[in-house]
Design a protein around this ligand. Structure first.
Ligand SMILES: NC(=O)c1ccc[n+]([C@@H]2O[C@H](COP(=O)([O-])OP(=O)(O)OC[C@H]3O[C@@H](n4cnc5c(N)ncnc54)[C@H](OP(=O)(O)O)[C@@H]3O)[C@@H](O)[C@H]2O)c1
Length: 314
């Protein structure tokens, strides 16, 4: 997909985000650069038509921005021609644009975007903020530790929503926290909900709870990975080969997480741990080694570290 280099383009009309809203008739960009041939009188270039269809500009199409982009496309929340991405390096932009099959935006097109997803690292925000700053735009930020009010101050718009997805977004099972400033419009909030529902579950929480959310949902996959590794080591120690042990640990976690959809953790534990059996012997050992305390503390420490990082970035 070619990069749309549009300079001095008039500001496009505001596009309300409603999936069922009638859409302008637009053709997808051709998979080649415009030839430069003169256009018939009154005709608009292909690139301009495509960029005027962009409803969401993504700044930072890396691991998380890319996961949200792919989720939105797969769930048909947005069509490819409704998404544009921005990168300051033209070669990188062209390759990202090609990889995701969406238009690349230049500085000017980005500046005029009505909705912006900020998914750069927090340290890149300084260079991005002046490019996206405008009073009327709506912003969704994934940046860990940068508060909605800080973003609002830097981009000059109070229509800011913070989102905190986790790695599960890459396979459609994210747990995403959302918090909107009161100035965000209902359409802004609907857009954010719909986007993140495309990559998993959405939890609307107060922004003050984002650090706690990061401690559990953001860092949790790492804790569970440690548990999976240790379970596999236990299998190896008991005589199973490494590959089988790892596969079993994965399968156990998968089964447990699916069973936990229908019952509480205590119910599941009690169901497996029958009188005088193997599981209760193992549970006793976990209690002796204070696994419960270790996990509670891990979540709490991770949440505290998230708060600490936010203060450093403030
Ligand atoms: N990964 C997670 O699990 C996770 C979870 C929750 C929140 N987040 C947040 O999501 C954000 C992105 O994290 P990530 O893990 O996706 O990082 P990432 O993979 O490094 O993605 C960042 C992307 O931004 C691009 N970029 C750098 N400078 C830019 C600029 N000035 N303008 C436009 N694009 C630029 C990078 O391009 P290059 O590759 O060319 O440098 C890269 O593609 C962070 O703020 C993080 O706090 C991440």
């Amino acid at each position: 997909m070619p990069v749309a280099y549009l300079r001095g383009r008039p500001r496009p009309a505001r596009i309300e985000w409603r999936r069922d809203a009638p859409q302008p008739q637009l053709r997808a960009l051709p998979r080649r650069r415009p030839t430069g041939r003169p256009l018939p009188p009154g005709a608009r270039p292909e690139a301009e038509r495509a960029v005027s269809a962009v409803r969401l500009a993504i700044v930072g199409a890396g691991k998380m921005g890319g996961a949200v982009l792919l989720g939105a496309l797969r769930a048909n929340v947005l069509a490819a021609e409704e998404i544009g991405i921005y990168h300051p390096d033209p070669e990188r932009l062209a390759s990202l644009s090609e990889r995701y099959g969406v238009a690349g935006l230049d500085d000017d097109a980005l500046h005029h975007a009505e909705r912006v997803l900020l998914s750069v690292k927090p340290q890149s925000f300084d260079s991005v903020a002046p490019l996206v700053a405008q009073r009327n735009a709506s912003f969704i930020s994934l940046m860990a530790g940068v508060t909605a009010r800080t973003i609002a101050r830097r981009v000059g718009s109070q229509r800011v929503i913070r989102a905190m997805p986790n790695l599960g977004a890459s396979i459609g099972v994210s747990a995403t926290a959302l918090a909107a400033l009161p100035e965000a419009t209902p359409e802004d909030v609907t857009m954010a909900r719909t986007l993140f529902r495309a990559v998993g579950r959405v939890y609307e929480v107060r922004e003050a709870l984002f650090d706690a959310f990061t401690g559990l949902a953001g860092s949790g996959p790492a804790f569970v990975a440690v548990v999976a590794e240790a379970l596999a080591d236990g299998g190896v120690r008991s005589g199973l080969d490494r590959a089988t042990s790892q596969d079993l640990a994965r399968q156990v976690l998968l089964a447990a997480s699916q069973l936990l959809e229908a019952k509480s953790p205590a119910e599941l534990k009690d169901e497996v741990a029958s009188a005088g059996g193997t599981a209760i012997a193992g549970v006793r050992t976990l209690e002796r080694h204070r696994l419960r305390f270790a996990l509670i503390d891990a979540v709490e420490q991770a949440a505290e570290r998230a708060a600490e990082l936010s203060r450093e970035d403030a």
